[in-house]
Design a protein around this ligand. Structure first.
Ligand code: AQP
Length: 330
């Protein structure tokens, strides 16, 4: 069975971009692949963070993943810092990575603009640690949203460089995109993202979600109710494609193009379908939050399963780069 790896940062409330762009896809893949999913806490400290709330954010993130269906009987779920070999391999990859390649990364440039006062080396090195996360499991596929394609391409490049220099070791993993790989925020312009303050939270109460949807940007060419809309330019329609059933998507598209339905009517259908899907997840989050040991035990056993895999891979890597001292064991 091919192996899959992907991760999510514990940086705050999970939004529906994360959900349809990544998490829901992760759940769909568990029956076809050996799946390893990670709460990437070392990635989360590349921006300023509150240390006191980090553990809560890690557990909250894992709780949501489990509520969505990523339970230990179906996949491996663990926390990045619980398997320190990830950072060890990242250091090794640092030593074969040209600085210029990292400086060219789109996410680094964007985050650099957002965090001008804190452009730290970790922010620059983020894709190297991500490459280590993936390659340490020799994963063949990486299910991510569209914003992460460049990082997975970089990861393939790292694998190529390492293999050329030290002999074939790592596969070159491929991106797997979900059917909704890029959800824009309620502003209709930028990627839905916590830092842009344009998110719809997966755990937000229905009334709050409706308030956000009601005022969310739609097709910019549609000024009046009687104007025909252009669904291909409308983020609400993209969300329909992620949440509504095929016949409703077709109806909505047709009715929008002919001005048979207004934007509010269209949003009402989306809202109904969205709540139908995320309501049960919210209920499961509440149930699981009542038994935190269910989550901590899953993460503990997940890390143990990972350590078995990475121990062998790191042995191979240390040996290939010449730092494995056989005499140490004796
Ligand atoms: N808007 C999105 N549409 C589709 N997929 C998305 N992902 C994130 N935003 C969207 C995918 O979710 C997975 C986890 O991503 P992450 O942990 O890197 O979260 P994020 O991108 O940091 O979330 P934010 O809200 O965008 O945080 P900030 O504002 O801090 O940058 C990934 O597979 C990602 O592609």
């Amino acid at each position: 069975m091919d192996r899959i790896f992907s991760g999510i940062q514990p940086t705050g409330e999970i939004h529906i971009g994360n959900y349809v762009g990544a998490i829901r896809h992760w759940v769909e893949l568990v029956d076809r692949y050996e799946c390893i999913y990670c709460v990437v806490d070392y990635h989360a400290i590349t921006i300023e963070h509150e240390a006191a709330s980090m553990q809560k954010r890690i557990l909250d993130t894992a709780t949501v993943l489990m509520a969505c269906g990523l339970t230990p009987d179906r996949c491996i779920l663990f926390v990045q810092s619980h398997v320190p070999e990830h950072t060890e391999l990242a250091w090794i990859f640092n030593c074969i990575t040209p600085l210029g390649e990292l400086e060219r990364m789109t996410q680094f440039k964007e985050k650099g603009r957002q965090h001008r006062h804190n452009i730290n080396v970790g922010l620059l090195d983020y894709p190297v640690l991500q490459a280590a996360d993936i390659l340490i499991y020799k994963a063949g596929y990486v299910p991510v949203g569209e914003d992460q394609i460049q990082h997975v391409e970089f990861c393939r490049e790292v694998a190529r460089k390492f293999n050329t220099r030290f002999g074939h070791t790592f596969p070159e993993p491929q991106v797997l995109l979900s059917k909704a790989p890029r959800i824009l925020g309620t502003d209709g312009k930028n990627k839905m993202s916590k830092s842009m303050n344009n998110t719809i939270g997966l755990l937000e109460p229905a009334e709050a979600i409706w308030e956000k949807l009601k005022t969310a940007a739609t097709c910019p060419h549609r000024q009046r109710r009687s104007d025909p809309g252009h669904p291909e330019h409308c983020n609400i329609f993209t969300m329909h494609q992620a949440f509504s059933k095929p016949d409703e998507i077709l109806d909505t598209e047709r009715n929008c193009r002919t001005a048979g339905i207004g934007c509010i009517g269209c949003k009402e259908i989306l809202f109904k379908n969205m709540i139908e899907e995320i309501g049960p997840i919210q209920t499961r989050v509440k149930e699981i939050s009542g038994k935190p040991e269910f989550v901590t035990e899953a993460l503990r056993s997940g890390a143990m399963r990972c350590r078995l895999i990475v121990g062998k891979v790191m042995d191979e890597v240390r040996s290939k780069i010449g730092v494995k001292s056989e005499w140490l064991a004796g």
